[in-house]
Design a protein around this ligand. Structure first.
Ligand SMILES: O=c1ccn([C@H]2C[C@H](O)[C@@H](COP(=O)(O)OP(=O)(O)OP(=O)(O)O)O2)c(=O)[nH]1
Ligand SMILES: [Mg+2]
Length: 151
């Protein structure tokens, strides 16, 4: 298991609000919880930046983290991310924030400590551009955006 430095920025984290954890042995994501002072209602179309009460320092530039929606909240309640996906840089040391967007038709109340989104650690390959005049030809070439047809 990879070690990840974490700062607890809210005294409730690890006490009344559990620290994010993998729900099962095979889980890819750590559920991030809403560090709210009181329940917050998101009306249809609303977006709010919600604190998680914690900061991580990934440190290794060959890693990053992504914040993804939880499928149940997104599918059943329309609660997804205002930025669709959050990308956490390896050198970011600030509080992890979740942009919460109610894309649904009904208001939704986020409870204090509710699991809102999930954090997934991912490998990253940083690239250095090498400018060329021509690429080695491929079968696809410049075809894209449905070039290979449907079905
Ligand atoms: O959902 C998110 C997305 C980003 N971040 C933090 C970590 C990330 O490293 C930093 C910057 O994110 P990003 O590069 O996506 O945003 P930007 O708009 O390009 O801001 P910046 O100019 O600070 O890079 O904000 C979050 O806490 N939550
Ligand atoms: Mg950026």
């Amino acid at each position: 298991m990879h070690k990840l430095q974490v700062k607890l920025l809210d005294p409730r984290l690890g006490n009344s609000i559990p620290l994010p954890q993998y729900a099962t042995a095979g889980s890819a994501g750590l559920d991030l919880r809403a560090c709210l002072d009181a329940p917050m209602t998101l009306h249809p179309g609303d977006t709010q930046l919600i604190r998680t009460g914690m900061a991580i320092y990934i440190e290794d530039p060959s890693l990053a983290a992504v914040i993804l929606p939880r499928s149940g909240l997104g599918h059943k309640h329309g609660i997804v991310l205002g930025n669709l996906v959050g990308l956490i840089d390896s050198d970011y040391q600030g509080e992890l924030m979740v942009s919460c967007w109610n894309r649904g038709q009904q208001s939704f109340t986020i409870d204090v400590g509710e699991r809102l989104a999930q954090l997934v650690l991912v490998p990253v390959v940083q690239a250095a551009f090498e400018v060329v005049d021509e690429f080695v030809a491929t079968e696809r070439g410049t075809g894209g955006f449905g070039h290979s047809g449907r079905g």
